[in-house]
Design a protein around this ligand. Structure first.
Ligand code: NAD
Ligand code: DAU
Length: 335
């Protein structure tokens, strides 16, 4: 099976490539990645010689057409992925997330290639803290940020191409991932690398916002389950019942790293900050038989702390520019 992985030098995509090469000897992988600030060839260290790597843009229709023509399956991870950046400058989000998906859909339509679209639970908006309901495949779309709106738009393009043109596509909407090789702009790696640098972790607002954490390998195993057994035209939610509020995550990171649990700062809150995400993944579990392997968030987080401690050469080059960017928009409110 020839698989084209877009965004394979990013966080989730690179972990997908590592998992695929370790578990699927029958799969040939081609990676298409623009190597933006978020893409790193270092994330493919150890497997780069086993993949065909193409540096290029998913919105480049001619390039995409050539690569899709030679694939059996396309797994589309490439995106602008960070909410804070989308508030600063939405334009690359609209371009990559909408026009990139459009170019891929036109190519898979022309060549009748199976397509899996990677998306996010953020398309559903947010939940109240005490809402007993979680997101399901039937929850109406209600995105809050330019990032989540661009992902929602890309999902709707996929649904339209399925219905109007019979494209063989599935969509998955997953909750917050954690694990190795995540950019230090994101919440968990930012705090781990701050602590390594002797800097206090930074919590947006009061820190009561809840995210539904899943290990990146559990997400990627679910993606393979959907490629293997999913029904084309369908959407599957991916989540592992991992709801934790941000304050508890920061305190756990500090504890795991041998610091006082209250040694963090509250900083300016994110505009339009979604309060809570929570996934009901019953369909994926019962219809396709997927179950997460990482049972304990504490153990998974401890392993992630170890990874960042052992792989400073991977994250150090991106740390200074990331913090300089945050320093322009965020002030410490209380210590
Ligand atoms: P990331 O920012 O770490 O990686 C994105 C990758 O896409 C990078 O390698 C980048 O170079 C590449 N890229 C960006 N623009 C491109 C373009 N125009 N052409 C080709 N390549 C381009 O992102 P991530 O966290 O790994 O997210 C991957 C996907 O998973 C995204 O679609 C995101 O919406 C989705 N997702 C992420 C999470 C999460 O918690 N991180 C959760 C659910 C869904
Ligand atoms: O839910 C899935 C989404 O999860 C994905 O679609 C996105 O690509 C991914 O980036 C992530 O979005 P979030 O906005 O939830 O992730 P982020 O890591 O930016 O922030 C997680 C929470 O932590 C959020 O409530 C904001 C907060 N936060 C973030 C940073 C960077 C802080 O309190 N301090 C920080 O320094």
């Amino acid at each position: 099976m020839k698989v084209l992985v877009t965004g394979g030098a990013g966080f989730i995509g690179s972990n997908f490539v590592h998992l695929t090469l370790a578990t699927r000897p029958d799969v040939e992988v081609t990676v298409l990645d623009k190597l933006t600030y978020a893409g790193h060839l270092a994330s493919l260290e150890g497997v780069l010689e086993q993949v065909a790597f193409v540096e290029g843009d998913v919105a480049d229709a001619d390039l995409v057409d050539r690569l899709v023509a030679d694939a059996d399956v396309v797994v589309h991870f490439a995106a602008e992925s960070h909410n804070d950046n989308s508030l600063d400058d939405p334009s690359p989000f609209v371009r990559t997330n909408l026009l990139g998906t459009f170019a891929l859909l036109e190519a898979v339509r022309r060549h009748d290639v199976r397509y899996h679209h990677i998306s996010t639970d953020e398309v559903y908006g947010d939940l109240e803290l005490d809402d007993p309901k979680k997101f399901t495949e039937d929850t109406p779309y209600n995105p809050s940020s330019p990032y989540s709106a661009s992902k929602a738009g890309s999902d709707l393009l996929v649904r339209a191409w399925v219905r109007s043109f019979g494209v063989r596509a599935t969509i998955s909407n997953c909750s917050n991932n954690y694990g190795p090789r995540q950019h230090v702009e994101k919440f968990i790696p930012r705090q781990i690398t701050n602590v390594i640098d002797g800097v206090r972790p930074k919590l947006y607002g009061a820190g009561l916002n809840v995210r539904d954490w899943i290990h990146v390998d559990d997400h990627n195993a679910a993606v393979w389950t959907i490629i293997d057994k999913g029904v084309t035209g369908e959407t599957y939610l991916i989540g592992a019942d991992g709801e934790v509020n941000n304050k508890d995550v920061v305190e756990l990171i500090l504890e795991l790293m041998g610091q006082e649990r209250d040694a963090y700062d509250h900083v300016t809150d994110r505009a339009g900050h979604d309060l809570r995400y929570a996934i009901e993944a019953g369909r994926l579990r019962t219809e396709l038989g997927w179950t997460p392997r990482y049972g304990s968030f504490r153990d998974g987080l401890a392993a992630t702390v170890d990874w960042y401690r052992e792989n400073e050469a991977w994250w150090r080059p991106m740390k200074e520019a990331t913090e300089a960017k945050y320093a322009r928009t965020q002030q410490v409110v209380t210590r």
